[in-house]
Design a protein around this ligand. Structure first.
Ligand SMILES: Cc1cc2nc3c(=O)[nH]c(=O)nc-3n(C[C@H](O)[C@H](O)[C@H](O)COP(=O)(O)OP(=O)(O)OC[C@H]3O[C@@H](n4cnc5c(N)ncnc54)[C@H](O)[C@@H]3O)c2cc1C
Ligand SMILES: NC(=O)c1ccc[n+]([C@@H]2O[C@H](COP(=O)([O-])OP(=O)(O)OC[C@H]3O[C@@H](n4cnc5c(N)ncnc54)[C@H](O)[C@@H]3O)[C@@H](O)[C@H]2O)c1
Length: 448
């Protein structure tokens, strides 16, 4: 009889956990996964995918407006939030079924239960069962942080935003990171009055400043109001459902919905990791080495719970590398440089590699090339909004070490150019590439 019930027990069927389960099983391991909510995790159920669908949907407001000039006429345009919300929910159901099938097709046993660690090789399930495994993978993700202020129970987080009963007329968004700016863009495009409030006076800290300044300018012109440096101090809810949102050092704002997006914290509360001798980090994260190994030799962790880079493709790669290392006989780590990322704001921005400030802080000699241009589509429709691209080039080697862009389709363009940056191509290689005309991406090879 086997010494343990399973070779691998995964806690959390999200981006990292599902990939690790599937690959470990393909290497011949007996695998089970516990999921306390819905298979697919944050990205599929209440993150990247439903968010992207809302971004698409909201962009139609502008597209439909533009079609009038192109000879199209429609009847009166109306928007039905409930129809969009329910369509998003049905697509999430479809994806959950697909992820659940993936587990079954790969012979991964799925327990619909919350799991807690009870020792180096054992977990307890919320349905009362106890299970043993040779290895345990912690892939429980992260959870929205709600700052403490009176009335914060009236605010929602990104978990709830996909289920709003009606489209709010006035929305206050607290935070100026990815989630805040993506939802500010969605609500603004859908016609809501949007105010973004933030503790600091910067938006999207860590992104190339030239891009974030451009985003601030364009979105302010599109109607988003900013109260930067004035975080929420309290929310008072009235009998009619409306709210008064008090700010530090600024006038209060009336709102119908307050969305708080002030970061996500590893979901390790009550997970029992201390029973395996694992001490959590200051933000509740599970400390791991480059091979995703924790201080307990039988326990590994991947994804948001490790608080390294909170992005789906990173969680997936970590899960895959863990499975190859422990069950595939091919130990490997993943590279954290050159991770492309995008903010699906309106317009979107995207970047890979070093920002100008980061390169200078490293003391590098750099050359900076920029293109500040009006995308052709904006020209057609008399929109003044300009795109902005920036290349950071290492002066000594001529290698392109950073690409940053804001403008229509920039996440799509950035993914392709990220290959060139990862491959270490030089500015001369960019210059030698013939432009594809007419496109926005051609600006990348025309900067002199
Ligand atoms: C609104 C939003 C938009 C986002 N947009 C993007 C984007 O555009 N691009 C991008 O790359 N990233 C995006 N992200 C981030 C991305 O979703 C995460 O980085 C990714 O899902 C992390 O994967 P993970 O496997 O670490 O955790 P998760 O996907 O969060 O999976 C963890 C799973 O563990 C389960 N779980 C937790 N505790 C237990 C327990 N004790 N027992 C059983 N199950 C448990 C949870 O229910 C969850 O299903 C977004 C996030 C949010 C919130
Ligand atoms: N497009 C994408 O790839 C995408 C989209 C959404 C989320 N994500 C991932 O999810 C993670 C979480 O997103 P997020 O937007 O919640 O976090 P974030 O870290 O991007 O931004 C948090 C914001 O909240 C502010 N803040 C923090 N504490 C505060 C407080 N107490 N009071 C007021 N303001 C405060 C910060 O100044 C910052 O502007 C991101 O780090 C990202 O990795 C990625």
């Amino acid at each position: 009889m086997a010494e343990f019930d399973y070779d691998l027990f995964v806690i959390g069927a999200g981006s990292g956990g599902v990939r690790a389960s599937r690959i470990a099983a393909s290497h011949g391991a007996r695998v089970a996964v516990a999921e306390e909510f819905r298979v697919g995790g944050t990205c599929v159920i209440r993150g990247c995918v439903p968010k992207k669908l809302l971004v698409y949907a909201s962009q139609f407001a502008e597209e439909l407006h533009d079609t009038a000039k192109l000879g199209w006429t429609f009847g009166e345009k109306t928007f039905d939030w409930a129809a969009l919300r329910d369509f998003v929910a049905s697509d999430v159901d479809r994806l959950e079924r697909a992820y659940t099938s993936t587990l079954a097709n790969n012979k991964v046993e799925h327990f619909a239960a919350r799991a807690t660690v009870t020792g180096p090789n054992s977990v307890a399930l919320s349905d009362g069962r106890t299970i043993t495994a040779k290895y345990i993978l912690i892939a429980v993700g992260a959870w929205p942080v709600m700052p403490a202020f009176p009335g914060n129970e009236h605010a929602i987080t990104s978990n709830e935003v996909f289920h709003l009963p009606t489209l709010p007329r006035r929305v206050v968004v607290q935070g100026a990171g990815y989630i805040a700016l993506e939802f500010a863009g969605i609500f603004n495009a859908l016609g809501c009055e949007v105010t973004v409030v933030n503790r600091s006076d910067k938006i999207l800290r860590g992104y190339e400043e030239a891009m974030t300044e451009r985003l601030l300018k364009i979105t302010a012109e599109r109607g988003i109001q900013y109260r930067l440096g004035h975080p929420i101090t309290g929310i008072e809810k009235h009998a009619d459902g409306s709210m008064t949102v008090s700010l530090s050092g600024a006038d209060p704002i009336e709102a119908d919905c307050v969305l708080v997006a002030t970061g996500r914290k590893p979901k390790t509360d009550g997970l029992g990791l201390e029973t395996a001798g694992i001490t959590l980090g200051a933000n509740g994260e599970v400390p791991v080495d480059a091979y995703n190994a924790t201080a307990c030799p039988s326990i590994y962790a991947v994804g948001d719970v490790t608080d390294r880079v909170q992005l789906t493709p990173v969680a997936i790669r970590e899960g895959h590398a863990f499975a190859d290392t422990v069950f595939g006989g091919a130990p490997r780590t993943i590279a954290y440089d050159h991770i492309p990322s995008a903010v699906f704001s309106q317009p979107p921005l995207a970047g890979v590699g070093l920002t100008e400030a980061q390169a200078r802080a490293e003391g590098r000699e750099i050359k900076v090339f920029t293109s500040d241009f009006r995308p052709m589509k904006n020209m057609f429709f008399a929109r003044a909004e300009r795109g902005f691209y920036k290349l950071i080039v290492d002066a000594a080697s001529d290698k392109v070490i950073g690409v940053h862009m804001i403008g229509p389709d920039s996440p799509e363009i950035l993914q392709a150019v990220a290959i060139a940056v990862k491959a270490g191509l030089t500015k001369a290689d960019f210059d030698a590439t013939v432009a594809l005309h007419p496109s926005m991406a051609e600006e990348l090879v025309l900067m002199r």
